[in-house]
Structure formats: structure tokens, C-alpha cells
Design a protein around this ligand. Structure first.
Ligand code: 13P
Ligand code: SF4
Length: 304
């Protein structure tokens, strides 16, 4: 059944000039039909260079919006319209405008997990894999980092030469994980390296052997000469790694590390997008797009 759906999708996407992008949190069967899968930063870059006229984004809404902002001439479809990122909705543009009045000499650095509206008030965007590099590279010394306090704390600790103000947003999936969960996993698997996404709490990040984006974690585990790893991010990464390196052992940090928003996209959703009977085409008002894309372009300029 899965194989039949996959074969149909692969045949039709070629015939209809469609590029399928899948975030690393998508299940294995969706990554297998994608032209490219990876972390948020890599997806943003791929979106710009993909030659196809239509892009189906298997991920969450802000990812599809980023593709549309960078490639307005393309038809961009979010595979499941209900797939949102709760963190992206945590602050309204008006709230950030008020905070900017309090800190007028601070550059607004926005995690890419934000709405299009919020991006219009940001000076530069970052992803988990590019945040440290970009915060070091921008000329401003004062940084108002929004919305993720955990990623912001990690970047702040790596960038002592700059001044940071943080707001208290964050990812509900990663924030659920406590230091006691990390200590219990380390005790259960004493020979494993502990790999963590920077959306986790600082007291969890502190215990990590490696901190990085979804792709960063996968690269590290694949290339490492070690055999066992505790994976401190969404559990689909455990699944992908076990497929790629069956001889190694990968342990989820917690069975609760599941992003339900990332889990709702299915192969039938992808097929329905191709048939034109499902998904949601992303439409952005041009004025809004032009204002919001500036911080994404800055991200690519500084991120490389
Ligand atoms: P990455 O940029 O690491 O893929 O992270 C995106 C995300 O939403 C993590 O929760
Ligand atoms: Fe958003 Fe967290 Fe899900 Fe990533 S894991 S998409 S940050 S809710």
C-alpha cells in the first residue's frame, strides 16, 4: 500500500513538474518520495534553487511561507493545511513593535519559526543551524532574539561578545523535556553520546555532547565512530537514523518528544496535493511578502 502510493507520487511529480520538500521531522515514507529533505535552513536554500514550477512542502506552515517568500513565481502548496508550528504564533507583530520601543537600539533577530507578519519587523532571520553564525556576523552588538528563549539562551552563551534580550517563547515539544529526563536517559545508556536540539531547555542542552539542528544531529551521528546515541529532538530523527545506520543504536531521549503538527502530514495528503484536491496553496499579499522576505534574504547573506 505504502509502496503503491509512493510509486504513484514519484511518477506524477515528474510528469507535473513538482518538487517535493520534506522537513527532517517527516516520517521515512514521506522523505523517500521527496526531492530533498533536511533542516529549515537547507529547505529555505533548496526552495530558491529548485527548477520546478510547483513546490509541495511537507512540514509546517512557516516553512511553506518561507518557500513562497523566496520564490513568489512558484506555486507553493502546504501538504496539510492544519500543520502549524505553535511557536510561530506566540507573539503578535504589535507586541514586538512595543518591545522595540523599549529597546530601540537592538536588532530584532527572529527564529525562522515565526509568521510572515512577524518577519516584517525583524532585521534578520535565523534557523537553529545558522543562529550562532549569523548573530556573530551581523554588525549590531545588541540583539533582541525572538521568540525562542531556549535557542536564544544557547546563542547568547555561544556569543558572549554581544548583548542579548530574550522573550519567553519556545517550542512546546522540546520544552517538555526536563533535566531529570536527560539524566535518566544518560544513566540508562551510559555508553551513548547525547545529541540535543537547541530548542531544549538550557539545563538539558548543558548535558549534551553535541548541540545542533535536525540535520546537524543526523550528520553528527552518522559520521561519528561511536555506536550509541541518545537523540534529544523529535523522535522521527531516531527513525531516520536507524534506517540510515542499522548497525548503530539510537535511543529517544523521551517518548514524549513528538511534534503532533509534524505528524499530521501523510502520503495521501501529498497525493491529493498533486491531484489538486488537497493541501493549501500559499498566497501572500505582495506588499507583505516584500517586507517580510528582507530578513530571510539577510539570513542567506550572513548564513552563507
Ligand atoms: P531545524 O531547523 O533544526 O530543522 O528545526 C526546525 C524545527 O522546527 C525544530 O523544532
Ligand atoms: Fe514547532 Fe516545536 Fe514542532 Fe518544531 S517541533 S515545528 S518548533 S512545535
Amino acid at each position: 500500500m505504502i509502496k503503491d502510493l509512493q510509486d504513484k507520487i514519484i511518477k506524477l511529480k515528474k510528469e507535473r513538474d513538482i518538487c517535493i520538500l520534506a522537513h527532517s521531522y517527516m516520517p521515512e515514507e514521506i522523505c523517500e518520495v521527496a526531492d530533498f529533505s533536511g533542516d529549515s535552513y537547507a529547505l529555505a536554500l533548496k526552495a530558491k534553487t529548485a527548477p520546478q514550477g510547483t513546490v509541495i512542502m511537507c512540514g509546517v506552515r512557516f516553512m511553506a511561507e518561507t518557500v513562497k517568500m523566496l520564490s513568489p513565481q512558484k506555486k507553493v502548496i502546504l501538504a496539510n493545511p492544519d500543520a502549524g508550528c505553535p511557536m510561530a504564533e506566540q507573539f503578535d507583530k504589535e507586541v514586538i513593535e512595543e518591545v522595540k520601543k523599549i529597546y530601540p537600539d537592538y536588532a530584532v533577530v527572529a527564529y525562522v519559526n515565526t509568521t510572515v507578519e512577524l518577519k516584517t519587523v525583524a532585521d534578520v532571520c535565523v534557523t537553529s543551524s545558522s543562529a550562532v553564525k549569523i548573530c556573530k556576523a551581523i554588525p549590531q552588538k545588541n540583539i533582541l532574539f525572538i521568540p525562542d528563549i531556549n535557542l536564544g539562551t544557547y546563542v547568547k552563551n555561544q556569543t558572549p561578545e554581544k548583548n542579548f534580550k530574550l522573550l519567553s517563547g519556545g517550542c512546546p515539544t522540546h520544552a517538555k523535556i526536563e533535566k531529570s529526563d536527560a539524566l535518566a536517559a544518560k544513566e540508562a545508556h551510559p555508553n551513548a553520546l547525547f545529541l540535543v536540539h537547541p530548542e531544549c531547555r538550557p539545563e538539558v542542552v548543558e548535558l549534551a555532547d553535541y548541540v545542533g539542528s535536525t540535520s546537524g544531529i543526523m550528520d553528527f551521528a552518522e559520521k561519528s565512530d561511536r555506536e550509541e546515541f541518545i537523540i534529544g529532538t523529535e523522535n522521527s530523527i531516531v527513525q531516520h537514523l536507524q534506517f540510515k545506520r542499522p548497525e548503530k543504536k539510537f535511543y529517544p531521549l523521551s517518548k514524549d518528544l513528538v511534534c503532533h503538527n509534524m505528524k499530521i502530514t501523510t502520503l495521501p495528503d501529498v497525493l491529493n496535493c498533486i491531484y489538486g484536491t488537497g493541501g493549501e496553496e500559499i498566497v501572500l499579499e505582495e506588499d507583505l511578502r516584500v517586507k517580510a522576505v528582507k530578513c530571510i534574504e539577510k539570513m542567506i547573506e550572513y548564513g552563507g
